[in-house]
Design a protein around this ligand. Structure first.
Ligand SMILES: C[S@@+](CC[C@H](N)C(=O)[O-])C[C@H]1O[C@@H](n2cnc3c(N)ncnc32)[C@H](O)[C@@H]1O
Length: 270
């Protein structure tokens, strides 16, 4: 059996975003992301009748918000479990399994293209390939919105991920922090040649009743389980508890103040 480091970015995601992750994502995280979805749609002026591709659509929370504006919604994701939920939320949407770095759509297909929180790997130029693909399928007159995690110091959840990665025996093949270090994403956009129109921070709070409530879902979620299996759950949970301590209120509630970077760029290189 190959270890996590041997896998390509996409196959790693296939393993990570399985049925159980999709369930946790939809029940415990997606609903808390409404402010992010609203900010994305506001930033690209979605109008009724426009075609919108939500690439890496996950459980379809953003696709649903776009559908409610009257857009004709298309979505893709590498996870069938996620897509099942997106199809359920937006029966009129057209969803398919696809890697964002190899999109199954013709050039210049969509008025609006969105990739929210799914550019998770820079290995083998994957994120850059993905941005080129997202650009390719957008209409020249359109807009492309990309959302990544903000610099790690700006988010409670980034502190959790950083603490976990420090324990990982091998560098994780995919990470939400893949593009978040200062200058990395800007350099990628420059290389692809896309012109920046908007660059802003969106804050989203994740709340959990207690640390144990958070840990019960986070520890079995995504790539975290790969690391707890490798180094032992108690080591990881202790490191996470320490990293997240400033977000634990006196009543025990966990209130995580997180920040995403929302960028709108021209769809085509200039
Ligand atoms: C953090 S979730 C975000 C989901 C959704 N965009 C949202 O903002 O709620 C990341 C999603 O990206 C998908 N994903 C990760 N890598 C991908 C890839 N290479 N191609 C397509 N989807 C990918 C995962 O399956 C997962 O559904």
């Amino acid at each position: 059996m190959s270890n996590a480091q041997d896998r390509t970015p996409s196959t790693a995601d296939r393993g990570v975003w399985g049925e159980s992750d999709a369930d946790i994502w939809e029940r415990r995280f997606e609903l808390q992301r409404t402010p992010l979805f609203d900010a994305v749609l506001e930033s690209i002026d979605v109008e009724s009748g426009m075609t919108l591709l939500d690439a890496g659509c996950g459980g379809g929370g953003l696709a649903l918000a776009a559908y409610r504006t009257g857009a004709r919604v298309f979505g893709c994701d590498i996870s069938e479990g996620m897509l099942t939920r997106a199809r359920h939320k937006v029966p009129a949407g057209e969803f398919r399994v696809a890697d964002i770095a190899a999109l199954p759509y013709a050039d210049d297909s969509f008025d609006r293209v969105v990739a929210c929180d799914c550019l998770l790997s820079v290995r083998d130029g994957h994120a850059q390939k993905a941005v080129r693909e997202l650009s390719r399928v957008g209409k020249p007159t359109g807009s492309l919105c990309l959302v990544i995690w903000e610099e790690p110091r700006k988010s409670a959840l980034s502190r959790v991920v950083t603490a976990i990665h420090k324990l990982s025996p091998t560098p994780p093949p995919v990470s939400p922090l893949a593009l978040s270090a200062e200058g990395v994403f800007d350099a990628l956009l420059r290389e692809v040649g896309l012109r920046m129109r908007t660059d802003r921070t969106v804050r989203v709070t994740y709340r959990f009743a207690t640390f144990d409530d958070f840990w019960s879902v986070w520890s079995v979620f995504g790539g975290i389980k790969l690391i707890t299996d490798a180094v032992g759950e108690s080591r990881v949970s202790n490191a996470v508890r320490e990293a997240i301590q400033p977000s634990i209120r006196s009543n025990g509630e966990l209130v995580m103040d997180n920040a995403w970077r929302l960028v709108v760029v021209s769809t085509k290189p200039v």
